[in-house]
Design a protein around this ligand. Structure first.
Ligand code: 5AD
Ligand code: FES
Length: 384
């Protein structure tokens, strides 16, 4: 089994050969110590990176198959009650125009996604917890669910939510309405770092409680972190992977930390691209090796960093991608970070462009499939 993307130069240097020899026994393991994880994350030769990529790619094929699943992402509003310092749509950024799609716009966009064969959608938004918003989402989910049932999608469109910290009762209502997956990133598991990038009143404990609540509400639970945050170490990233493992997480969405003009961390800069891209890819690969049967997304932030970032993510072990299907008129207002790609393209352009990206990474698209996390299936059946 091999992916067509190759990052090895024609002549393999001595350093590459030595690193390949050092990591080959680690790559053959089924379980990894903290030191092993840090060693793999610190790979720094083309040969070492390629050996890691190949191992992660092959394990992906063996554990979750050859398909990449789409989740069309609808960014339904950029109104947000939070003030995360890294984020371009945080509450205190007065320089963006705030928008909210209407119920009809959300439903029509999701139905477009069902017709395009995407199989699943993600409803994402800035965070709101008021009754009007909770009712709005519940109604959107219910209507998308019933109206998307067709011959090709007999169970309707798969619905993932990415709507932040909510009360258990809200999660239960949204789950009962028909959403089955939920993404809520922990952002970093290093408590000190979490404190530094969020205002005082946003706590890691509340986030952890929300992840517990999501599980008890019956969701397939997704989380993830930002990679390359100022002050973050490889040990922190290794601890993040351990956290995903310890919490029995079903889905992972991680991406590089990118500076945002609308954020409050501009003075701290960001990791240079030539270091950040391989680090993000290594994080995907090592997460695959440790967690094995989970779904891992190749995120938009990877493509913001490098034009072929998404296919690289796929070739390093990701098996999900999330095309942006937000109506074009408002897309530019959902700038979580600078240079977000696909803000000008039409949804149709993204459709063909993304399929090329998936195929170029040696995979096929799982058209009209939900592509649920195999890990969740096993968790439900009690086989793990
Ligand atoms: N760089 C990278 N990712 C970001 N996010 C928000 N701001 C940034 C940024 N500057 C991510 C967060 C959040 C998700 C919706 O977007 O991880 O959970
Ligand atoms: Fe949007 Fe390629 S993914 S244009």
């Amino acid at each position: 089994m091999s992916a067509p993307l190759q990052f090895m130069p024609r002549r393999t240097s001595k350093a590459s050969l030595e690193e390949m020899a050092a990591i080959t026994p680690i790559l053959a393991q089924l379980r990894f110590s903290d030191d092993d994880i840090v060693r793999l994350l610190s790979v720094n030769t083309p040969g070492g990176l390629e050996a890691l990529r190949q191992a992660a790619y092959d394990l992906t094929t063996a554990e979750v198959g050859n398909k990449v699943f789409y989740r069309g992402i609808v960014e339904l509003s950029n109104i947000c009650v939070l003030d995360c310092y890294y984020c371009g749509i945080r509450k205190s950024n007065r320089d963006i125009e705030r928008y909210s799609l209407t119920k009809d716009e959300v439903i029509e966009t999701a139905l477009w996604c069902a017709e395009a064969g995407y199989g699943s959608c993600v409803l994402q938004s800035g965070e709101r917890r008021d009754k009007r918003f909770v009712d709005f989402v519940e109604d959107c989910v219910r209507k998308i669910k019933t109206r998307s049932v067709s011959e090709t999608l007999p169970q309707g469109l798969g619905i993932t939510l990415s709507l932040g910290e909510q009360r258990l009762e809200t999660y239960q209502r949204w789950h009962a309405a028909g959403a089955t997956r939920y993404l809520l990133r922990i952002e970093t598991t290093n408590r000190e770092l979490f404190r530094k990038i969020h205002p005082e009143k946003q706590s890691i404990e509340t986030r952890l409680q929300a992840l517990d609540d999501l599980k008890s509400a019956g969701f397939q639970v997704g989380t993830g972190v930002m990679i390359g945050l100022p002050g973050q170490t490889l040990e922190d990233l290794a601890a993040d992977i351990r956290f995903f493992e310890g919490r029995d997480i079903d889905m992972i969405g991680m991406g590089p930390y990118l500076m945002s003009q609308g954020g409050a961390m501009r003075t701290e800069g960001m990791l240079e691209k030539h270091k950040l891209m391989p680090l993000a890819l290594k994080m995907i690969a090592v997460t695959r090796l440790v967690l094995r049967d989970v779904n891992i997304a190749s995120t938009t932030a990877l493509q913001a960093l490098e034009h072929d970032g998404r296919e690289r993510g796929i070739s390093f072990g990701a098996n999900v991608t999330m095309p942006n299907i937000t109506p074009r008129a408002v897309r530019k207002n959902y700038q979580l970070y600078d240079n977000k790609p696909c803000t000008d393209e039409d949804t149709e352009d993204c459709r063909s462009c993304l399929e090329k990206r998936v195929v170029s990474a040696g995979r096929e698209v799982g058209w009209n499939e939900w592509g649920d996390s195999r890990h969740f299936g096993r968790r439900q059946s009690g086989s793990i």
